[in-house]
Design a protein around this ligand. Sequence first.
Ligand SMILES: [Zn+2]
Ligand SMILES: [Zn+2]
Length: 305
Amino acid sequence: MSKLVTPRTATDDDILVHREMRVRGVVQGVGFRPFVYRVARAHSLRGAVWNDPQGVVIRVQGPQRDISSFVHTLHDSFPTAARVDSLDITSLELHEYLSFEIVASARTSETFTHVSSDLVMCDACRAEFNDTANRRYHYPFINCTQCGPRFSIVKELPYDRPLTTMAQFEMCPECQQEYDNPSDRRFHAQPNACNKCGPTLEYYVDTQGAWRKTAREEDAIAAAAQLIHRGGVLLMQGIGGFHLVCDATDELTIKELRSRKRRDAKPFAVMFPDIESLEACCVVSQQELACLTSPRTHCDSRAQT
Ligand SMILES: [Zn+2]
Ligand SMILES: [Zn+2]
């Protein structure tokens, strides 16, 4: 008995295509390129991804059906901190690619792109921060592609380490390995750092106009806490700028701060440790609550719609 087998013929889905995708929105500093890299690799596509001043550019080459599936996966699983305003796809001539790569950023035009706001510490980093066995235990500048400073460290676009205030900190071999490893959650995390290679904490006291270093690391935090408890004003310098901190419940200190800042009535920003303590002092609407609990440190009204 013979069996008739219909040989599978090539369909449009098998045709090799090369596409360019331009993604605009909040797509720099939110782990977008590593995300695209992983999705492209998972679909066995070749090509490249890079930041340019307009956003992110993706070039992918592969069978039509894999490209379609790639685009669907992108749409379904953008990084949580990203906001995609547009994704335009154009066709290109076929190209010789060896693999899929993240390439150095192109600086081709001056068009404005949105840089992500700073992002609050993610759960994975918080777990490491509290793990005594982790090499970043209690490291105050811990971050990854899902969290950490962004807007406040950018000096120029596109968002790449040499164009941020982190440029002066050369990564140690362990940090560099994380930065280079596509399966690591710090793959291409621009502010990646640790206690060995990144910024550290130092505490200085103003002694008649000259600053004298009196404490480091955890001792610096203890000294800062004591100063605030005593009614002092702390000047905190980070990789993103300066910040004045004092006890908001201490009327004398606030009076002193108002006079020094020549700010008689304009409100100051107040920090609360959690929503419960905030609600004990203020009425908080649902929209305000959504902003306050968002990973973004600056609320973006468009992100609420
Ligand atoms: Zn993180
Ligand atoms: Zn390091």
